[in-house]
Ligand binder design. Structure first.
Ligand code: ADP
Ligand code: MG
Length: 397
C-alpha cells in the first residue's frame, strides 16, 4: 500500500478520469469525493450511543464511476499495486477475502442487501488519506462509493442513510466492528465546521469552527505507527463498556449523566465489577461531557479554552481507557511543552494520530519540537499537517 501523505496529486478529478478511461476504455459517468476525518473530541463514545465531534480533512478519496448492467463489479485503486479486481455482485460474500476491494465491494453488498437495485459498476479510486493512521481512509473509500452509486442509480438516500450502509459494509462485509462516527463524518461534515453528532439517533449540528479567523491552527500528528495490540483491545474496551451499561441497567453508557458518574462508579464497585469496567465507564461518561463542554466553548467563540479540554481527554484515554502508546504520549507532551493550547490522541489509539490545537504563531515551533523529540527517541519521523475543516462527500463532476 502506498502511503500518500499530501493532498496534492491523487485527489485530482482529472487524473482519475484519465486513468478510468485507460482502465475501462471509456470515460466515467461521474466523479465523486469523500474525505478522511479527525475527531476533535469524544473518543470511544460512538459505540456507547454517545457524542462525537469530527471534522473533515482536505485529504480525500476520489472515485470515477460508471454503471454496468451485467451484474459485474470492477474495482481499481491507484494506491495499491494490484490490478483491476473483478467480482460478480450476486456472489459477494461477507468476510470473503478480497483485500482492499472488500471496502467498496461491501458497499455494493450493503446496498443490495437493503433492496437497492444496483446492477454493477466500474470504479477507479485514488486517495490522499493516509491509510491506517486513524484518519478514516476506509470510511472515505466506502462513502465515496456509496455516494457515487446513490447518484448514478438514483437511490435518493440521504447522507446519514449512506453512512449507515457504509458502516454496515465495514462491520459485516469487511468484518471491522467500528462505530458510526467515521462514515457520518465523511458523509455529512461541511467546510468550516465541526460536526456535533449524537450517535444514538444520528441527529447533528454543524458547529462553526473557523480556526484561521481566530489565529489558531489544528495540527494532525500522524505517528506512523500502529501497534498490533490495537485490534483486540478495541473489542475488549467495547465489551467492558457494554458490561458497565448492563450492570448500571442502562441501554448504553450515554444514559449516565455526568453528574451521576461518582454514584455510578460506586454502584459498579459494590456490584463487584472489575476495575477495567469502572475505568472504561469513567472515560466514556467524562468524554461525553467533554464534548458538551467543547460545544459550549465553540458556541461562545472561545476556541482557545477548548485546548485544556482536549488535553484532559488525552489523560483519560491514556490512564483510564489505556489506549494510548509512547509515540502518542510523546507527541502530546512535546506539543504542550512547546506552547500548544491542547493536544490529544484521536481515533482508536495504539498508534495512529494525535491532534494539537495551537496558536498559528507557535505552529512551526510545535512541529519542530515534535519532529526533534521523535528523532531523539529514534521513532519513525511523524507526518505533521494542518487540519482545515473541509467539505464532506460530494459530486465533483
Ligand atoms: P483507517 O481507516 O484509519 O485509515 P483502516 O484499517 O480502517 O484504517 O483502513 C485501512 C484500509 O483501507 C487499508 O488497509 C486498505 O485496505 C483500505 N484502503 C484505504 N485507502 C485505500 C486506497 N486508497 N486504496 C485501496 N485501499 C485503501
Ligand atoms: Mg478505518
Amino acid at each position: 500500500m502506498k502511503q500518500s501523505g499530501g493532498v496534492e496529486g491523487a485527489g485530482s478529478a482529472v487524473g482519475v478520469v484519465d486513468e478510468f478511461r485507460r482502465l475501462y476504455g471509456a470515460g466515467p459517468e461521474g466523479v465523486w469525493a469523500a474525505p478522511g476525518r479527525v475527531n476533535l473530541i469524544g473518543e470511544y463514545t460512538d459505540f456507547n450511543d454517545g457524542f462525537v465531534m469530527p471534522l473533515a480533512l482536505p485529504h480525500r478519496a476520489v472515485a470515477a464511476v460508471s454503471r454496468r448492467t451485467d451484474r459485474i463489479l470492477r474495482l481499481h485503486s491507484a494506491d495499491v499495486a494490484e490490478g483491476v479486481v473483478q467480482l460478480g455482485i450476486d456472489a459477494l460474500e461477507p468476510r470473503s477475502d478480497t483485500g482492499w476491494a472488500a471496502y467498496p465491494a461491501g458497499v455494493v453488498w450493503a446496498l443490495r442487501a437493503a433492496g437497492h437495485p444496483v446492477t454493477g459498476a466500474d470504479v477507479h479510486l485514488a486517495s490522499t488519506v493516509p491509510t491506517g493512521a486513524g484518519l478514516s481512509s476506509s470510511a472515505a473509500l466506502e462513502v465515496v462509493t456509496a455516494l457515487a452509486l446513490n447518484d448514478l442509480y438514483g437511490l435518493g438516500l440521504t447522507g446519514p442513510e449512506l453512512a449507515v450502509l457504509a458502516q454496515r459494509a465495514e462491520n459485516e462485509f469487511v468484518g471491522v466492528p467500528c462505530g458510526i462516527m467515521d462514515q457520518m463524518a465523511s458523509a455529512c461534515c461541511t467546510e468550516g465546521h465541526a460536526l456535533h453528532l449524537d450517535t444514538r439517533d444520528l441527529s447533528q449540528r454543524q458547529v462553526p469552527f473557523d480556526l484561521a479567523a481566530q489565529g489558531l491552527r489544528l495540527l494532525v500528528v500522524d505517528t506512523r505507527v500502529k501497534h498490533a495490540l490495537g485490534d483486540g483491545a478495541y473489542a475488549a474496551r467495547r465489551a467492558a463498556c457494554e458490561a458497565g451499561a448492563r450492570a448500571l441497567g442502562v441501554r448504553a453508557l450515554r444514559d449516565i449523566p455526568y453528574a451521576q458518574l461518582p454514584a455510578a462508579l460506586d454502584r459498579l464497585a459494590a456490584a463487584g465489577e472489575s476495575e477495567e469496567v469502572r475505568r472504561c465507564v469513567r472515560h466514556v461518561v467524562s468524554d461525553d461531557h467533554r464534548v458538551e463542554r467543547t460545544i459550549a466553548l465553540l458556541d461562545a467563540g472561545d476556541l482557545r479554552a477548548a485546548g485544556p479540554v482536549l488535553t484532559e481527554g488525552h489523560a483519560s484515554l491514556r490512564d483510564d481507557l489505556r489506549v494510548s502508546c509512547p509515540e502518542l504520549d510523546l507527541a502530546v507532551t512535546t506539543a504542550l511543552a512547546a506552547g500548544a493550547l491542547g493536544a490529544r490522541m484521536t481515533g482508536g489509539g495504539f498508534g495512529g494520530s494525535a491532534i494539537v490545537l495551537t496558536e498559528e504563531s507557535a505552529a512551526d515551533q510545535v512541529t519542530k519540537s515534535i519532529t526533534e523529540a521523535f528523532a531523539s527517541a529514534s521513532y519513525t519521523p511523524p507526518r505533521i499537517f494542518p487540519a482545515t475543516p473541509s467539505p464532506g462527500a460530494r459530486r465533483l463532476s
